[in-house]
Design a protein around this ligand. Structure first.
Ligand code: SF4
Length: 346
């Protein structure tokens, strides 16, 4: 059972965090708004993208899709195009579907309640907590890797962050620190502290508002926390593509909804045996994806006549594309790099 004294200590840490945030919180464009649509878009963008990298994307996305209605009505390809450069395109597909879900199930009004927000496509507990606390005053901690790291260090807590109960455990710790009526600001403060000060490597403990309370810092054991025992297995896999081209045109197709790179465009994975004699170069590259090491071979097949290209496109249902047309579509990063590197090829 927690004593009143301990609870007061927890709250004291929370209050100090808020005081620091009041003075040092980052002045970001989405901090000026409580519009749940905009907070949602920014939470999804910045889940896997650093703030500095994603800010211009956020501005462009909001300028083109300023509300649920415009996003829901947009063609999928255009939504993906505005996501270009951010990677993890399934986030964009989920945003698109969730916008349509809001139109159908909530008459276009962004839901206000945590459970209803959580039911939106692609929204997890962290995002639902962030939106409901920042926009609607919910008293729910938005627990993510930042929370795990900061709380593990402040309390020198060896709870394994890779365990399935870590989310519940750190949520209850955070809840005790969260001052009443300040849920949204507390969550934003924790996000800023975790990304700007209590960084995974080289935390800036000297500048940290919690350094007097932080047990890991006070005992010189910052690098021992957080504790993580399970390592995610990394799988190796290989993909082959054929960049089949003639007369400055080449073949592409849109991927389905399975596996990685949903709805993105790609080159053919195979080419007929009789065309392999036209292979002129092979490009090999290595890519580290989340939990996968991917080797990609791209064979350039330079056909002597455009008719062979168009016949193949008809037979196999490929699209014949120019570079300019491809630039309006979204490709997985390795293929986008390949297209960018074509340079003076044509
Ligand atoms: S003192 Fe250092 S380790 Fe402790 S919370 Fe602050 S930045 Fe993190």
């Amino acid at each position: 059972m927690t004593s009143k004294k301990q609870n007061a200590d927890f709250l004291h840490v929370g209050e100090k965090l808020l005081a620091w945030y009041g003075l040092h919180g980052r002045d970001l464009p989405f901090r000026q708004t409580r519009d749940p649509y905009k907070i949602w878009i920014c939470e999804i963008i910045f889940q896997q993208t650093r703030i500095e990298q994603g800010l211009q994307h956020y501005r462009n996305f909001i300028a083109r899709f300023p509300n649920v209605q415009t996003l829901a009505a947009a063609p999928t390809d255009e939504v993906l195009l505005y996501w270009k450069g951010l990677g993890y395109y399934s986030r964009a597909l989920n945003l698109h579907k969730a916008a349509q879900q809001i139109l159908e199930q909530h008459k276009g009004e962004f839901p206000q309640n945590y459970d209803e927000i959580l039911a939106l496509k692609g929204v997890g507990k962290y995002t639902a907590a962030a939106i409901s606390s920042i926009c609607f005053g919910a008293h729910i901690p938005a627990v993510d890797g930042n929370f795990y790291r900061v709380l593990s260090r402040v309390f020198a807590d060896g709870f394994d962050i890779s365990s399935s109960s870590a989310f519940g455990y750190f949520s209850s710790l955070a809840l005790r620190m969260m001052p009443e009526g300040k849920g949204g600001t507390f969550n934003e403060a924790m996000m800023d502290l975790g990304s700007a000060i209590c960084r995974p490597r080289n935390p800036l403990c000297i500048d940290c508002p919690l350094n007097k309370e932080c047990l890991a810092f006070q005992t010189g054991k910052v690098q021992d926390y957080p504790v993580k025992t399970k390592k995610q297995k990394v799988q190796d896999f290989t993909l082959s593509y054929y960049f089949v081209t003639a007369d400055e045109k080449f073949l592409i197709r849109q991927r389905g909804e399975d596996d990685i790179w949903k709805k993105l465009y790609e080159f053919p994975n195979t080419t007929p045996e009789e065309l392999k004699k036209y292979i002129t170069t092979e490009n090999k590259s290595l890519h580290k994806l989340t939990h996968r090491n991917l080797t990609i071979h791209i064979y350039k097949v330079e056909l002597p006549e455009t008719t062979i290209l168009t016949e193949l496109a008809q037979k196999e249902n490929f699209i014949v594309s120019t570079l300019a047309e491809a630039a309006m579509k979204s490709f997985p990063k390795p293929l986008e790099n390949y297209l960018n590197d074509l340079g003076d090829y044509f």
